[in-house]
Design a binder for this molecule. Structure first.
Ligand code: SF4
Length: 347
């Protein structure tokens, strides 16, 4: 037995305690009501680096519009990005589209059933492959995300900062995964990390693993990179429509060569972040990766917009009827929503 293996009695007890706890305490989330591999794939990709609360409505809207992999494969990319708007990390949506097209070209109606085959597809890493294979297809493979790593490190009293800890965690997860119920078991560990074994102030008194746990509290973890702060400003220019009853808003498309959010539409950036008080429409806070932005939004007339903004991409006046269907950046969607320029259902 290696130094990080558990005795068989402990493995059996941990599995039983976790599954019983999960059956009684799991959150009722829409992707837990299905065994459709496609729907589980969509949820797993959306949940990467995104909060559950932010995903729920996007997940429902996405599946309503693209109910299966064939419909996703045949959709224009801009439609997919429009439904992804607000979730961030748009590369995920593009990779899903690519994978769907690859599956369709090969003449398959769905995703392959094994973690090894899933892993070979674009945008599907070890974690996502293991999650889909175990939850949708019942393959006994373990998954290790941040929650699982934290739970298992605490369970075993391991220092998460040590160089070989990740390897030990993966070995332990593989030893623990339940051979008959791998999907529920994997979700149980992740759920425990999400609602009980929290990064700060874990709720050890409610934990089904406390009898086995060698830490029972916070443990040493690697420090996160500090958040930076930045101040920026954008122009909100709205005019009456020449063609129809609705107004139009001026948007700018980010260049395809941009490393972040290429091809998405945003409000034109102002040259100067100091907005005259009389022109300040609103100030919003917005976070992208490790930067917290304070964003000033200036109401702009169409005559001065070119003088006060930095033209960095293709600009276009977009009808307010159409704007909700555009692939907007999360910030643009937030501002247009707060300015009541999006239909209620699209905010
Ligand atoms: S007892 Fe506490 S530290 Fe240990 S696994 Fe449970 S919640 Fe985490």
């Amino acid at each position: 037995m290696s130094d990080h293996a558990l005795r068989p009695q402990s493995v059996s007890s941990i599995r039983g305690s976790l599954l019983a706890w999960y059956a009684a305490n799991r959150r009722d989330l829409p992707w837990r009501r299905t065994s459709d591999p496609y729907a589980i794939w969509v949820s797993e990709i959306m949940l990467q680096q995104t909060r559950v609360a932010a995903v729920i409505e996007r997940y429902r809207a996405f599946l309503a519009r693209f109910p299966d992999i064939v419909s996703l494969a045949g959709a224009p990319e801009c439609d997919i990005l429009a439904l992804w708007s607000g979730l961030g990390y748009y590369r995920r949506a593009r990779m899903m589209h690519k994978t769907a097209q690859l599956v369709a070209v090969r003449g398959h109606a769905g995703l392959p059933a094994s973690a090894v085959e899933l892993r070979a597809l674009p945008g599907i890493g070890a974690y996502t492959a293991g999650a889909i294979a175990s939850i949708a297809f019942g393959e006994p493979v373990a998954v290790v995300d941040g929650n699982v790593e934290r739970v298992l490190c605490r369970l075993m009293g391991w220092n998460a900062e040590r160089a070989n800890t990740r390897r030990k965690v993966e070995d332990l997860a593989a030893q623990l995964v339940h051979p008959q119920c791998p999907g529920d078991f994997n979700q149980a560990v992740m759920e425990l990390g999400a609602i009980i074994c929290l990064p700060r102030s874990p709720r050890c008194m409610e934990c089904p693993l406390r009898r086995h746990c060698l830490t029972r509290g916070e443990h040493k973890t690697g420090s996160r990179p500090p958040m930076q702060t930045r101040e920026i400003a954008h122009a909100l220019a709205v005019r009456d429509s020449i063609a129809g009853p609705c107004g139009e808003v001026l948007l700018e498309q980010r260049a395809a060569s941009q490393s972040v959010m290429p091809g998405l539409w945003e409000l034109p950036a102002l040259r100067n972040t100091a907005v005259p008080p009389g022109d300040l429409r609103m100030t919003v806070r917005h976070s992208i990766m490790h930067v917290n932005y304070t964003v000033h939004i200036r109401s702009t007339s169409k005559s001065d917009v070119d003088a006060i903004t930095v033209a960095a991409g293709r600009r276009q006046w977009i009808s307010l009827q159409e704007v909700a269907q555009m692939p907007l950046t999360g910030l643009a969607r937030k501002v247009l929503s707060r300015a009541h320029l999006l239909p209620v259902a699209q905010r």
